[in-house]
Ligand binder design. Structure first.
Ligand code: GLN
Length: 259
């Protein structure tokens, strides 16, 4: 009898503790931090912050759709987000060498990349478009034949143009902005790049336009190391919640106002 009482007592204490922990957890989520902050695990996101409006520098911080979605996911996972900026080319290397937990970089899901990393469910649609000078004779995808096309190294724009027109047609740049600069200076005839950054580059530079015919439609997703299926599951759950409660759309609408 005494033994049973002890078990009951210990059980009640444990339940009480668990309840306390639960309360504290709730509070922490509400005030966005507090005393447990230092215990939080870090979620490292690798990106290339030259890709507005998905990721770019503003007032010494990386902001944009990906940065905000990552912050919302980290929040749901009870983790501290750290964003590491690097060349687009380097993001998947960082992921595979364990220096980053995930890549969010307006990254398109491709079969080749899927051989090396896992992708979350998609969170946005991407479009490869063609930027030319306003007075360009290039009006359609077909007109690109025999021309010099600027792309960002190892992006899908690079992959498609290289596949379709050959290596000699491609001029590769580390930053999309540099490709656009060479277009302005007549060193390339067109730039193939994602639609939203293209809009930002055209808005920031006079005399350029985006062709109506796009090159390809694709899906952006979060890349995660193949070994880290636990994180993949958690990220997908968090992403689904952000889709269901409208947060994801709200973030996208903030950065891509309806026309
Ligand atoms: N969506 C393109 C890709 O995944 C470009 C991404 C980027 O330049 N950040 O290749």
């Amino acid at each position: 009898m005494k033994k049973l009482l002890t078990i009951l007592l210990v059980g009640a204490m444990l339940l009480g503790l668990a309840a306390c922990g639960g309360d504290k957890g709730g509070q922490q989520a509400n005030n966005g931090g507090g005393t447990d902050e230092e215990k939080k695990e870090t979620l490292v996101m690798a990106t290339n912050a030259e890709f507005p409006p998905y990721e770019y520098w503003e007032n010494n911080a990386i902001v944009g759709i990906d940065a905000e979605v990552a912050a919302a996911i980290a929040d749901k996972l009870g983790m501290e987000l750290r964003i590491d900026d690097m060349a687009f080319d380097a993001t998947l290397v960082a992921l595979q060498s364990g220096q980053a937990n995930m890549v969010m970089a307006g990254m398109t899901v491709t079969p080749e990349r899927q051989e090396n990393v896992n992708f979350s469910e998609p969170y946005a649609e991407g479009h490869q478009v063609i930027i030319v000078k306003e007075d360009s004779t290039i009006a359609t995808v077909e007109d690109l034949a025999g021309k010099k096309i600027g792309v960002q190294t190892n992006t899908t724009g690079d992959i498609y143009i290289t596949d379709d027109l050959g290596d000699e047609a491609v001029a590769r740049f580390n930053r999309g902005a540099d490709a656009v600069m060479d277009l302005k200076n007549d060193k390339v005839d067109a730039v193939v790049i994602d639609l939203e950054p293209a809009k930002a580059f055209v808005a920031a530079n006079e005399g350029l336009k985006i062709l109506d015919t796009e090159y390809a439609t694709e899906e952006y997703a979060i890349a995660i190391n193949k070994n880290d299926t636990e994180l993949l599951e958690k990220v997908n759950t968090a992403l689904q919640e952000l889709k269901d409660d409208g947060t994801l759309q709200q973030i996208i609408d903030t950065y891509i106002p309806a026309e």
